[in-house]
Design a protein around this ligand. Structure first.
Ligand SMILES: [Zn+2]
Length: 173
């Protein structure tokens, strides 16, 4: 038996230092709680923004597909002649339809708009090619029709792109 009874700090009240420590701990807990709520709010907002972007993207894809569908319909039903696609230095890609000329002046941009599996990541749609990957002097070396809906362009960087006539028409002025 000790000479005096053991007293637990709880039963005899807290010393001033212990009280201060406890107060500080409570404050810290409150701060942590605040921080947790803030993080939750931020992640909810992030999810909401992603959803919004996804909706925008779906709308975009739908409208683009609709446009292609319409032009492809016209092409396959014979209402629209497939354009003849040529390259003219200092002019750009020239699409000739019934003596009407439409031009894509920026061939480098056309190369950057390639939608092949090496240029666009399949599931995310992320563009994997940027302006600095492509020389400013890029030109098409070969332009070959693919069926009655598209052309295949072999570029001077040895890359091959297939563009539907409708996508070329969309990019042309
Ligand atoms: Zn490509």
């Amino acid at each position: 038996m000790p000479p005096w009874p053991r007293r637990s700090p709880r039963s005899c009240g807290l010393t001033r230092m212990e009280k201060n420590t406890q107060k500080k701990e409570e404050e810290e807990e409150e701060e942590e709680e605040e921080e947790r709520k803030r993080r939750e709010r931020e992640s909810r907002e992030k999810v909401e923004r992603e959803r919004e972007r996804e909706r925008e993207r779906e709308k975009d894809v739908f409208e683009t597909h609709f446009f292609f569908f319409r032009v492809d319909q016209d092409l396959s039903s014979g209402q629209l002649e497939p354009p003849v696609v040529t390259y003219e230095p200092n002019v750009g890609m020239v699409l000739t339809i019934n003596n009407d000329r439409k031009i894509i002046p920026n061939v480098k941009q056309l190369r950057l708009n390639c939608r092949c599996a090496r240029c666009i990541e399949e599931f995310t749609g992320r563009v994997m090619v940027s302006g600095k990957d492509i020389p400013d002097t890029i030109t098409p070396l070969k332009i070959a029709p693919r069926g009655n809906y598209a052309v295949e362009i072999t570029w001077s960087d040895r890359h091959g792109s297939i563009f539907s006539y409708s996508s070329l028409l969309e990019q042309a002025k």
